[in-house]
Design a protein around this ligand. Structure first.
Ligand SMILES: O=C(O)c1ccccc1NCC(=O)[C@H](O)[C@H](O)COP(=O)(O)O
Length: 399
């Protein structure tokens, strides 16, 4: 773990971002990426001027980053330019210490709820860095009990049941659905899910948008609150054995180390938010920590991007657009009809996410090639979320 403790100064400066959006965390990362002698030399000198970071060293020695990515950095493109060139519509403000009003004068209001969530997350993560410096969080991650095998648990549950493995979601509320469960006891729900055959659990850690019962328009005007990983830690400490997914809006490595320190075995990476280089870098961190990354896509462009990244084991296809909230399960079929062969060749396991309510829905996504499902609303809303699992699958799941 020691090799991860210190990073070159470009990394230490990544939060808060420098004042201009062009000096972004992603850009800082690009500064140490390879693909050509110049890049390697720059990477080496950055590694020299800071301390050792094994992930950076590894990135500096292989060809994970292509020439286009490097050229974008060399031409001084901002994180938002780079993201837009990859079809990403979510913009970053990269100014966590600036009042939102000022940011909105420059960028306009957030274009949708996902962008709003990310803008708030930038502030929350900067506060996290200030309260618990990265070094401390990395040390805590290193001292946590080893991560459980999230991918392996899904693969064996799929085999055992002949049905998609279940990642059962522990969430109180969501931006699209409001409050799902008034009497919310995350530990009780997690234990009931495990008892009734869930292979893994997904724990929402965003406090503002997933745990507060408010109408969307009110939510959009709220003052910022701190994120919470409390439920994750509580479930981990309760004796639940299932591997746990930290369902977070990850934009910075601090969140991954923090999640690990709180007991997460897997983390969500959203392709609609993260440029390729961030995904590659975060995948490396997950690997070092023994964690699984669930990489979420919603459309064809995101799927193509993710399939071009090596080391991806688990792809989630979200049937819900996080920008419009429209849910359409045929999205999974459409993307698997197009890319199923490549996915099978690469041995990637696919998770069908959102909008699954009954055995027909589960059979539908299974028939198009899904090996696991991520389900929240249809379970958590029931009086007995554990027993609701048999209702969802049309039979009891084996442990
Ligand atoms: O669900 C939302 O409203 C939402 C809004 C913005 C970002 C993410 C959001 N949800 C995350 C998810 O996609 C679901 O929690 C997950 O896939 C489970 O879906 P469901 O079974 O439909 O609760």
């Amino acid at each position: 773990m020691e090799s991860l403790l210190a990073s070159p100064s470009v990394y230490r400066a990544s939060f808060p971002c420098a004042s201009s959006a062009s000096r972004s965390p992603s850009r800082a990362r690009l500064a140490v990426t390879p693909a050509g002698a110049g890049a390697r030399a720059r990477a080496r000198s950055l590694l020299r001027c800071g301390a050792k970071d094994s992930i950076l060293e590894e990135l500096a020695q292989d060809d994970m980053v292509n020439a286009v990515e490097l050229a974008q950095w060399e031409n001084g493109k901002s994180i938002n330019d780079i993201a837009a060139s990859q079809g990403i519509r979510i913009r970053r403000h990269c100014r966590p210490n600036v009042p939102l009003k000022e940011i909105e004068e420059e960028l306009g209001a957030p274009r949708n709820i996902l962008e709003k969530i990310i803008w708030d997350k930038e502030v929350e993560v900067a506060e996290g860095h200030a309260k618990k410096p990265l070094k401390e969080v990395i040390e805590a991650a290193g001292q946590a009990p080893p991560a459980r095998d999230f991918y392996g648990a899904l693969a064996s549950a799929f085999k055992r049941n002949g049905m998609p493995a279940l990642i059962a979601e522990v969430k109180k509320a969501s931006p699209s659905r409001g409050v799902l469960r008034e009497n919310f006891n995350p530990v009780e729900i997690a234990q009931a899910y495990e008892k009734n055959g869930a292979a893994c659990l997904s724990i929402l850690t965003d406090e503002k948008y997933f745990q507060v019962a408010l109408e969307l328009d009110v939510l959009m005007d709220l003052e910022l609150e701190h994120g919470s990983f409390e439920n994750l830690a509580k479930v981990r400490k309760s004796g639940v054995k299932c591997p746990l997914l930290c369902k977070e809006f990850v934009i910075d490595k601090w969140q991954i180390y923090y999640a690990r320190s709180q007991g997460a075995d897997a983390i969500l990476l959203i392709a609609a938010v993260l440029p390729d280089l961030d995904i590659k870098y975060f995948l490396r961190i997950c690997k070092e920590l023994g964690m699984t990354a669930l990489i979420e896509v919603h459309d064809e462009r995101e799927m193509e991007r993710v399939l071009n990244i090596s080391g991806v084991q688990l792809i989630g296809i979200n049937n819900r657009s996080l920008e419009t909230f429209v849910v359409d399960t045929s999205n999974t079929k459409m993307l698997l009809d197009m890319h199923g062969d490549t996915i099978r060749e690469k041995g990637i396991l696919v998770v069908g996410e959102s909008g699954l309510f009954n055995p027909d829905d589960v059979a539908y996504v299974q028939n198009v090639g899904v090996s696991a499902v991520l389900v929240g609303e249809s379970l958590v809303k029931q009086d007995d979320p554990g027993r609701a699992i048999a209702g969802l699958f049309g039979k009891e799941l084996l442990h």
